[in-house]
Design a binder for this molecule. Structure first.
Ligand SMILES: Nc1nc2c(ncn2[C@@H]2O[C@H](COP(=O)(O)OP(=O)(O)OP(=O)(O)O)[C@@H](O)[C@H]2O)c(=O)[nH]1
Ligand SMILES: [Mg+2]
Length: 225
């Protein structure tokens, strides 16, 4: 059984920054290192970003259910505190490591590098990283994953994309989740898709209900998994 209680204390992992160094540049270099290591081990990695409660964990649960017989999967779960999400994901029998960031509102490439040292990359095909629930901070901190996904839900209202363009600009795939609530929330999903393409013309879009799994096959397709 997977031990989902393992926690990497992200706030105790210090980044070597000297006066005059640009933290974003340092992160970018570390992200490239992570990317090289993942490539060397033939591991596909995905960074899943999105607001608090958008449905990231629910989608990951559905993805691992559908993909665990095809790929050897590990999940890193970024959260300020608790292993609640890790416990949810671990129930599906995949390896999960929680990264508790303390007060940090995003993961960074350094803490992901430390987490990568704790798992056996040679026994892995797919690494899914659930970033800390936040639509702003993760944008500027690539982790070294091949793909970035941003999840929004219709309950967040009609202006999430236009108001937070930077996160969407870094995303390869956008998920519009909680499709089942669109009518109640009076949200036009086509309009959200249009806005996403305005911000990032080549973004791929999947529309999902993470509770039932509707649209998850489409998500798997756009993720090329
Ligand atoms: N109706 C509906 N509820 C959903 C859907 N997806 C997720 N939820 C619910 O929304 C709540 C938040 O879902 P999570 O998957 O925990 O969201 P998250 O993005 O991982 O949240 P954080 O990790 O806290 O940022 C839960 O109560 C889910 O059951 C959906 O498609 N439709
Ligand atoms: Mg979650």
């Amino acid at each position: 059984m997977t031990n989902t209680k393992e926690v990497l204390k992200g706030d105790e992992v210090t980044l070597d920054i000297e006066p005059g160094m640009n933290i974003l540049e340092v992160n970018k270099k570390l992200a490239q290192k992570n990317k090289d290591i993942l490539k060397e081990h033939n591991v596909q990695a995905i960074d899943i970003m999105g607001s608090i409660g958008a449905g990231k964990t629910s989608l990951i649960e559905k993805l691992v259910q559908k993909l665990k017989n095809k790929y050897r999967i590990a999940v890193f779960k970024g959260d300020l505190t608790t292993t609640i999400d890790a416990d949810r994901i671990g129930r599906h029998g995949v390896q999960v490591l929680t990264i508790n960031t303390g007060r940090e509102c995003h993961l960074d490439a350094n803490v992901v590098a430390r987490a990568m040292e704790r798992i056996s990359l040679k026994n892995l095909d797919l690494l899914i990283i659930e970033n800390v629930g936040n639509l702003i901070c993760p944008a500027e901190f690539p982790l070294g994953t091949e793909k970035r996904v941003v999840v929004i839900s219709v309950t967040e209202g009609p202006y999430m994309i236009l108001k937070h363009p930077f996160t969407f600009m870094t995303a390869d795939v956008m998920v519009i989740n909680k499709k089942d609530l669109a009518e109640t929330m009076k949200i036009d999903i086509k309009q959200l898709e249009k806005q996403a393409k305005e911000v990032k013309p080549d973004v791929k879009v999947a529309v999902t209900n993470a509770l039932t799994g509707e649209g998850v096959e489409e998500l798997i397709k756009v993720l090329e998994l």
